[in-house]
Write a protein that binds this ligand. Sequence first.
Ligand SMILES: [Zn+2]
Length: 366
Amino acid sequence: MPYQRLSNFVLFSELKLNRISSWHRWEILYECEPKAQEAGCTKCGLVSESIYDHREVRVKDEPIRGKRVFLKIRKRRFFCVNCQKPFTERLDMIRQKRRTTERYRASILWACQNFSDLSRVRKAYFCSDGFLYQTLYEQLERKVKEKRYPWPKTIGIDEHSFQKRRRGAIPFVSLIVDYVNKKPFELADCKTADGLEERLKHIPGRENVQNVVLDLCDPFKKFAKNLFPNARLVADKFHVLRLLHPALHRYRRELPAHRKDRKIRRLLLTAGHRLDWFDKSDLWNFLNENPPIKELWIAKEKLHAFYRIRGLDRAKWALHKLIEDISKSELPELKTLAKTLWKWAQPILNYFLNQKFGETEIRTLV
Ligand SMILES: [Zn+2]
């Protein structure tokens, strides 16, 4: 019974301990053999019980109390009637053609994370530098694969910068979020359609993606169309609502600086229906003095009103009306807006198929 316990502790469930053969000062050798009575042929899968001959293999296992541990396994070779050939049985814990167990390799990763330096790991695990590095990278790769899950049903794409705005170019990354689980899914350090495709094509299950929520940017659109054949593109509501903000700011900056300016700046960007009576009156006094800003502001409010509509048919009608109204204007910003809305009409309208897409702003998920 104690022997059985020791066997369970030291070995794997698929092995049976026969003898502890060598008690060297630095080394322990466990002689063991597989428990199973039969094995499946490695070529055709047919189960065989007829033993052809035996092979002995010696594999390195996780060290115990600073001693190296070896397993001497007496493997059987079975004869397959189907293939008319013998085959060697395989064990789950040792990959083919390897001389170390998988748990030995896994524990190297643990040691690399917990020991103070790699040479200590090398000494404790009795291995070479080359083996150590190779195993470490292999195990890290395995960890990364575990974290990586297939494409979710609804994803969002947005650009994101981890640096504050300074002079010169800002390094942007493309951020992919899992929209349903509300968490970042993947980052790519590029913004072009080809670059994104190159960096993200290894992730499995791209036919799962049914909805892609994206900002109004052509590379993302191209990327989404190429990589996700079954997906419907949905324009991100928050990006559409912000389309006029830069123009509003620009016009406001051209005006002479004023004490009330700061307040007006805030009021200009707040949705009109959220303002109280006093704010509204301040804002309207300002707008009546500055006709171009008034025109832009009204267009912005119309966009907000458009997004309060429920139902695709009503939205379709309203979008056409909105584009018609805006394109009558003389302001170049509004002409551009009309063009953008026209170009992105379908993704904008797709939002009204499922208004859950507007619940979360992509950048809040970072
Ligand atoms: Zn066979």
